[in-house]
Structure formats: structure tokens, C-alpha cells
Design a protein around this ligand. Structure first.
Ligand code: GLU
Length: 290
């Protein structure tokens, strides 16, 4: 091979290796060492949110803290979207190691997955257009169009309680519901207050408001595959530490700053991390919304 041919071969080899380095997988997959895959929401600003390669929100802060206590650095985390309707399947199939995605602990879910926590208490509320004075509480939803997300407890609550008088539109994500609300396709969006507050401030462009009258108690847990006794214990220890060393409050304040949201002080922060044996999954009476 003459010198030119050698140089061409060398250049081609360099291109091939460059493509191999950058062409496959995300940056997190290139880092050596063990990985942990964590399910979060991608469309809930302040709770679980993806923007470019940045992952933010209170759930993400909690997940990061827990992962660190389990021995994983940020670079060892693979973030995976966990839409409401897919959470149980993601855990059952082993697609994620744990889920921190505004995931309420319920008796039904406990039949198929286990929970660590709780790490937060929210309440189901309503998001409406700021100039709409006709909806002051859930009672005013009669004859209105209401958006809710498939697979959420919020969707179940509206089906059980408002179904006769309210036109329910079920969509796959929260971003879609907000778009429908702004465009006038629906009159209200319902889910947990902390999620609605984040959506109103980051996506509402000043035209949306949260009613501020929560009508359920949502007990957020970290979902794990059924039978993960050891992992649950480790996660619970991490959560207890996150509350006691002040990181929990710091994260919550930072992630909700700039919104009008103030978490329920009677319920928060959690003091017992006993999701596994607690029966505290009961929803509050939604009769007022009927
Ligand atoms: N916390 C409720 C649930 O687990 C509503 C929020 C969500 O869809 O993640 O279903």
C-alpha cells in the first residue's frame, strides 16, 4: 500500500470509530459500570419533566437522591418515560428498576406491584381557564367537558363520580390535556394539584388557574416489582434520610417556586415510610363532586 492509500485507510478507520462512539445509544449508555433504569414522567413540569437531555422535577429529585443512596451516580441513571397507564407493566416486565412518577399507592395497584414510601401527599384538583368564572368547584362541572389521563387515579375518580353529568375526554398524557384546555376543546383538566400547578405556570402562558380545592388524598409511592422486599427497605431508608437532612424540603421548594402551589402541610412531609403495610390508600369522600 502506498502512503496515500495508507492515509485513506487510516482516515476511514477514524471515521468508523467516531461513528461507533457517537452513533449508538444515549450518552448515559456509553458510561461504563452498572446502570439503574428509573421511570419518571416526561410531561409534568416541576414533577417529572424532560427538556432536551435535562430531567427535572420533584419526582426526579427524589429518584436521584434514592439512586445515589443505592450507589448509582447521575451518569449511571437511565431515565425512562412512565406514562400513567404503563407503570404497572413497566415494573412487571422489568423494564425499569423503580418508578417515581406521581404514582399514587392504591389497593388495586398493590395487587400487581409493590411500593416504597410514601414520599409525598397531593390531592386531586381542577385546572381551568383563568377567565372562566363558571367553574368554582367540582360541582360546577355539570354539562362541561373534562380532560383526564388514561390509567390515572384521577380518571377513575371522575368515572366513578362525575360520569353521568360530565363529558369525559381521556387522553394519554398531561401535555395533551393542557392543549385541549387552552384551545377550548375541554373546560377543565383534572389530576393532582402539584401537577396542575406546574402545568399552569410552565405551560399555561398566564391563561390557566388551579382551583385550589383538592378533593382526594393522593399518596405518592415509589413503585417496584412485586416481592422486592430488600429494595423497598433501602428506598425507605433513603426517603427517611431525604426528609431528615432537609433535602426533601429544599427540592420541593425549588421545584414548586414560581407556582402558586403550597403543599398540604397537615400531610407533608411524610413521617412514616410504611407503604407496604399501610392501608392509607383510601381516597377522601368525593361526594361533593357528584
Ligand atoms: N397520582 C395519580 C395517579 O397515580 C394521578 C397522576 C398520574 O397520572 O400520575 O394516577
Amino acid at each position: 500500500m502506498n502512503r496515500l492509500a495508507k492515509r485513506i485507510v487510516a482516515a476511514a478507520a477514524a471515521v468508523v470509530s467516531l461513528v461507533a462512539m457517537t452513533g449508538c445509544g444515549s450518552s448515559s449508555e456509553e458510561t461504563s459500570g452498572p446502570k439503574i433504569t428509573i421511570g419518571i414522567k416526561f410531561d409534568q413540569p416541576g414533577v417529572g419533566y424532560k427538556q432536551g437531555n435535562e430531567y427535572t422535577g420533584f419526582d426526579v429529585d427524589v429518584a436521584r437522591y434514592v439512586a445515589k443512596k443505592l450507589g448509582y451516580s447521575e451518569k449511571q441513571i437511565i431515565w425512562k418515560e412512565a406514562p400513567s397507564a404503563q407503570r404497572e407493566a413497566l415494573l412487571q416486565n422489568g423494564d425499569v428498576d423503580f418508578i417515581a412518577a406521581s404514582y399514587s399507592i392504591t389497593e388495586d395497584r398493590k395487587k400487581v406491584v409493590d411500593f416504597a414510601g410514601p414520599y409525598f401527599y397531593a390531592g386531586q384538583d381542577l385546572l381551568v381557564r383563568s377567565d372562566d368564572t363558571s367553574i368554582k368547584s367540582a360541582k360546577d362541572l355539570n354539562g362541561k367537558n373534562l380532560c383526564t389521563v388514561s390509567g390515572s387515579t384521577s380518571a377513575q375518580v371522575v368515572k366513578d363520580n362525575f360520569a353521568k353529568s360530565v363529558q369525559i375526554m381521556e387522553l394519554s398524557g398531561y401535555a395533551e390535556c393542557v392543549t385541549a384546555l387552552i384551545s377550548g376543546t375541554v373546560d377543565a383538566v383534572t389530576t393532582d394539584d402539584i401537577i396542575l400547578a406546574g402545568l399552569a405556570s410552565a405551560k399555561g402562558g398566564g391563561v390557566l388557574k388551579v382551583l385550589g380545592q383538592p378533593f382526594t388524598k393522593e399518596t405518592y409511592g415509589i413503585g417496584v416489582k412485586k416481592g422486592s422486599t430488600q429494595l423497598i427497605k433501602q428506598i425507605n431508608d433513603a426517603l427517611a434520610e431525604m426528609v431528615s437532612d432537609g433535602s426533601w424540603q429544599k427540592a420541593l421548594d425549588a421545584e414548586t417556586s414560581g407556582t402558586d402551589y403550597s403543599p398540604n402541610k397537615e400531610w407533608n412531609p411524610p413521617t412514616k415510610f410504611d407503604a407496604e403495610d399501610s392501608d392509607e390508600t383510601v381516597r377522601t369522600d368525593t361526594a361533593s363532586a357528584k
